[in-house]
Ligand binder design. Structure first.
Ligand code: ADP
Length: 494
């Protein structure tokens, strides 16, 4: 029986993928299988005769010794322990150890049979998971802190428009917008007003509603709250969020407080309006008297020449004042255009001729490619303003030796005016802002050139009022082309 048992044990040890050893009660390793030797980095017979205590990690020795003693004392028949071994190469091996004590028929301890499973990889993986969890937790704490500390209202909504998350800053805005409370769904109307601060914002225009429909946008301006002392102006941006498979998950919205900016804009508008009004009356008087003076026959030639300079500059001042006046009213008035039957080709021709002296001074070529006549229903003085502005910009922002080319033609049911130059060009990032009031590019050439940054804004308003559109194609250092297309309305009697 004993022999059979031993033979079986030897067989099991030889073939087992698990490390196995037989040790004396005192710790001497009597038999070590190949799997155990390999695990510990020894040839298996190298370990025979050595003590397991010598290959145990010092920190785990005491606990193992205690368990061995308890087993020998009969307090337990076997034990299991996760412990560290020190391999021959000095590396640490984590083993899942199961030990059973074999006794003879009298109960005298014979030897221990130990099985060791290498769990080093598992332990390392578990440790990595613990570390990763700690990192994730730390990062999410940081993100949450930033999320609540930023000066921008942040909101996350799901596909159905339900508010999933919002930061502290946004809760303040919500209190202003919904003093009666908010139901947690996008599209709730409340004390939310359009950029004019007065028109209640319709549900379909609310940023949260638009974003929940998948709309993406920037700088949508609105006011929240009705109390002039506490209401805030916000600029809202929205971006769609997507699931990993690309389907729409909802949207993220950012609400930036732009109250100070909006108030400054309003002050600027009021200032511009009052200044231009104040300037207009004396200027009209100056121009009237100039006209009378210039009409006199008894003026010496040098006085007449000086008067011409005064007249030219007064006329320019008048143009600036009328631009300012228009810009000041633009917020609440749409630009008036009066359509009459007129020859647009003649209007453009006159504008080009009038610009020739400026072109000569700038030493920039000015060429026009126009039909003999293009009679259409239009506002000739407004059209003139458009051509004047585009041509004078072309001349102002082109170096000596360059070219400005003006083209007028009909394209299908539209008339197309193109003003191209070989000038300084406009950076792609600036193109969208060109038409904003008071916008001037931040480049040396523009800084040293007289201008108000109003011309293109007025041009665009005129073009829009005529039902048309304007676009710019430009490359820095190569030149710019402004293209205006306006529906062609042919007079009935033409
Ligand atoms: P202003 O010419 O009085 O500054 P505009 O509204 O006419 O104002 O033009 C706004 C800005 O657009 C200019 O200051 C300039 O930076 C840029 N711009 C306009 N036209 C051109 C052009 N043809 N080439 C390059 N930049 C231009």
């Amino acid at each position: 029986m004993q022999d059979l048992g031993e033979a079986l044990l030897r067989l099991a040890m030889r073939h087992s993928p698990v490390g196995m050893m037989v040790t004396s009660p005192g710790g001497v390793m009597l038999a070590v299988n190949e799997a155990a030797g390999e695990m510990l980095g020894y040839a298996h017979d190298e370990l025979v005769g050595a003590r397991w205590q010598d290959i145990t990690h010092p920190d785990d020795l005491a606990i193992d010794v205690d368990l061995v003693e308890a087993t020998l004392a009969g307090e337990r028949a076997s034990y299991r322990l996760s412990k560290r071994y020190v391999r021959k190469d000095g590396e640490v091996l984590w083993g899942d150890l199961s030990v059973a004590l074999l006794r003879d028929d009298d109960g005298t301890p014979l030897h221990f049979i130990s099985q060791i499973l290498d769990v080093t990889e598992q332990r390392a993986a578990a440790e990595r998971i613990v570390e990763a969890n700690a990192t994730i937790e730390k990062q999410s704490r940081t993100v949450a802190a930033i999320y609540d500390a930023v000066d921008v209202g942040l909101v996350l909504i799901d596909r159905s428009g339900r508010y999933e998350q919002m930061n502290r800053r946004h809760r303040d805005f919500m209190t202003l917008a919904y003093p009666e409370g908010h139901h947690g769904m996008a599209g709730q109307t409340g004390e939310v007003y359009e950029a004019d601060g007065e028109t209640p914002m319709a549900r379909s225009d609310l940023p949260s509603h638009r974003a929940s429909m998948g709309d993406e946008f920037d700088d949508v301006r609105l006011w929240v709250g009705s109390d002039p002392a506490t209401r805030r102006a916000l600029s809202v941006s929205a971006r769609s969020t997507r699931h990993p498979d690309g389907t729409l998950a909802g949207a993220a919205l950012a609400y930036k407080d732009v109250t100070d900016f909006m108030r400054a804009l309003a002050v600027k508008d009021e200032f511009v309006a009052s200044v231009s009004h104040e300037l207009r009356t004396p200027l009209t008087s100056v121009l009237g008297h100039l006209e009378i003076l210039v009409g006199r026959q008894d003026l010496p030639a040098d006085v007449r020449a000086q008067l011409a300079v005064v007249d030219r500059n007064a006329a320019r001042l008048e143009m600036l004042v009328s631009d300012l006046l228009y810009v000041a009213q633009e917020a609440d008035a749409t630009l008036q255009v009066q359509r009459v039957s007129a020859d647009v080709a003649q209007v453009v021709r006159d504008a080009c001729e009038a610009a020739l002296p400026l072109a000569a001074t700038a030493r920039v070529g000015l060429a026009a490619d126009l039909p003999d006549s293009l009679v259409a229903m239009c506002d000739p003085s407004r059209m003139r303003q458009v051509v004047d502005n585009l041509v004078s910009n072309g001349l102002k922002y082109t170096d000596a030796g360059g070219e400005v080319q003006v083209t007028l033609r009909t394209v299908e049911d539209r008339m197309e005016l193109q003003v191209s130059d070989t000038g300084i060009g406009i950076a792609p990032a600036e193109v969208d802002r060109l038409f904003s009031r008071f916008y001037r590019a931040d480049v040396e050439r523009v800084r040293i050139t007289a201008g108000t940054g109003l011309g293109l804004n007025i041009v665009r308003s005129i073009v829009h009022a005529c039902g048309g559109e304007i676009r710019v194609d430009s490359e820095v250092g190569v030149g710019s082309t402004f293209t205006v297309r306006i529906p062609l309305v042919v007079p009935e009697d033409a």
